[in-house]
Design a protein around this ligand. Sequence first.
Ligand SMILES: [Zn+2]
Length: 262
Amino acid sequence: MISYDLDNDTLYEIAVKSLTAPSNAYFWDDRLYDTHGAFVSWAERGDDLLEESNYHSALDLIRGAAGDDADDHVIDGSSSHWAVGSLRTIYVQIRETPDPCDFQGCDGDSRWWREGIETHTQFCDDHRDDYEAEGLSYEPLIPPFTEAFLEAAGIVTALLDYPFVDESDYSEREYKRFEVNLEEAVDQAHKLNWEDTDLDREAILERAYPELGELYGQQANAEVSWESVAEIWEEARDAHFSELGSLHLSAPIEGQFLLVAA
Ligand SMILES: [Zn+2]
C-alpha cells in the first residue's frame, strides 16, 4: 500500500476531479462518474511502457486495498477512444455504499440521519420529510471513503513526484520487451544472409551477444534499432566466417600429403 498522508480537503478535491466526466463521452456503466471516479488510464494499443506498467501496478495495489470489495469497488474499464483506439481506465468507488433507507419497503440509499428516542434512524431523500418530527433535525449522512479510493488517491498523488508506481515492475516489462524486439531485429539481420545455416546463426549470435546487450536502455520503450543490430551482426558474421576460413586453411589437405608422398 502506498501510504500518503492526505488531509480531507485534498481527498475531497481528488474525489471531485475523478468524478468529472469528460465531455461528449458516452459510458456504458451507470456507476462511472457517479459513484466511481476515474484514476489511471492506459492506451492499450500504444507502446508506452511506463503507462502500461503503472496501470497494472496501480490496479493490483487498488484491488489489494479493496480486499473482498475489489469486484464492486474497482472497475477495470475499457472504452474506445477516437485518438488512441482502446483506452483502459481504472474506476474506483469513492465512498462506501450507503445503507438502505429505514422506511419500510424502501430500498433507496440513506442520505439523512436523525437521533431517535431509542436509536437513530436514516432515510432516503424521499422519505426524509415523511418522518419530519418537531424539534428534531436531520443531518446529512455521508458514507466514509473506501479503502480503494484512499489507495488510488495516494497513487495519483505519488505520481506527481515520481513517475513509477512500481519501478521493478517497469524494469521487468522493459527487459522482456527488449528481448522480444532484439529477437525480431536479429531475425531480420539473419534473413539478409539467408544462406547461413542455423549453426552459423547460433555462432554469430553468441559472438554478437555482448554488444547486442549494450543496446538495452538506449531507446525509449525498449525499442531496438534494426540498423544497429544489422551492423553488429555483420561484424560478428565476418569474424565468424574468417575464423572458419582460417581453420579450413590450416586443416591438412589430402592432396598435400599425396604430393609429398610422391
Ligand atoms: Zn426511502
